[in-house]
Design a protein around this ligand. Structure first.
Ligand code: ADP
Ligand code: MG
Length: 273
């Protein structure tokens, strides 16, 4: 929005018809919308500027700046952006299934093959970001969206909500942000940090997918694994690589993906569905 502009760009309302609410975050409401001319179905993140500044939580300009540079099959695609007087509208690719969080709640623990299928896609997206020196900082199941292939039943996931994403050089970040439960220990300890905070979050999510609850981690950083759930040693080792307390001992996203757990061999039966 520029009040000195010589001509008027079409407004969001001129371009799109707003529909039902799809979701809600701490700083926005996301609604379904249809492009008037092409009938394309999209998702629109509505940011009320007054509210956003009073909450003072997320920098949506940084969100747009990051999304503009990211084009990946497992990252929600930015379609358009309208910066108007009262509100900002972030037009995004519509991801039909909704939040992975809700799917996890309905589904219960996932088998190893399903977990790998989801985590692999997530790692792919994050490796792509980290290679471009972008750290997400709020990876959690509410910010992971999915679609489900009707024929194969397989999930395809899209990483969303780049509201805390920022560019990073080494370990130069210090702002405490994200979501309790998924926050890396170095951030909680108020140390400077880098891209490895995302790996920690993915470790927590992987554990949650496999076990159906959050990990218990003791003072020494030992993660408790319930032996009765029959998870393979390889899966446990891979989760431990992501949940190393010391960032210097934690694997990068790329290293995690090269763990043998992700190798394409036929899954060993775990006695679970
Ligand atoms: P916030 O920054 O306020 O947390 P998000 O970007 O996480 O906002 O969006 C809030 C919620 O809206 C998400 O958790 C999800 O339920 C829904 N949502 C966001 N983007 C999309 C999308 N592209 N397609 C479908 N639903 C979406
Ligand atoms: Mg969110």
């Amino acid at each position: 929005y520029n009040k000195y502009a010589l001509f008027q760009w079409p407004t969001f309302a001129e371009m799109y018809i707003l529909g039902e609410k799809l979701g809600k975050g701490a700083s926005s409401v996301v609604k379904h919308a249809i492009h008037r001319k092409t009938n394309q179905h999209v998702a629109v993140k509505l940011i009320t500027k007054g509210k956003a500044s009073c909450l003072g939580m997320k920098d949506h300009r940084s969100e747009i700046a990051c999304l503009r540079t990211l084009h990946h099959p497992h990252i929600v695609n930015l379609i358009d952006y309208f910066d108007e007087e009262e509100d900002a509208y972030v037009v995004l690719e519509l991801v039909n299934g909704g939040e992975l969080f809700k799917y996890m709640k309905r589904h219960g623990p996932f088998c190893e093959a399903e977990t790998k299928h989801i985590v692999k896609q997530l790692l792919d997206a994050v490796i792509y970001c980290h290679e471009r020196n972008i750290v997400h900082r709020d990876i959690k199941p509410e910010n992971i969206l999915y679609t489900r292939d009707e024929d194969t039943g397989k999930l395809s996931i899209k990483l969303a909500d780049f509201g805390f994403a920022t560019s990073v050089r080494g370990d130069n970040l210090s702002r405490v942000c994200g979501t309790e439960g998924y926050m890396a220990p170095e951030m909680i300890r108020r140390q400077t940090y880098g891209t490895l905070v995302d790996v920690w979050s993915i470790g927590i999510i992987t554990y949650c997918l496999l076990f159906g609850f959050f990990p218990e981690i003791d003072m020494n950083g030992n993660v408790h694994f319930d032996v009765e759930q029959n998870i393979s040693a390889s899966a446990i080792e891979c989760v431990e690589e992501m949940l190393a307390m010391e960032p210097s001992k934690r694997s990068t996203a790329k290293e995690v993906l090269s763990h043998p757990w992700f190798a394409n061999k036929p899954p060993r039966s775990t006695g679970r569905k």
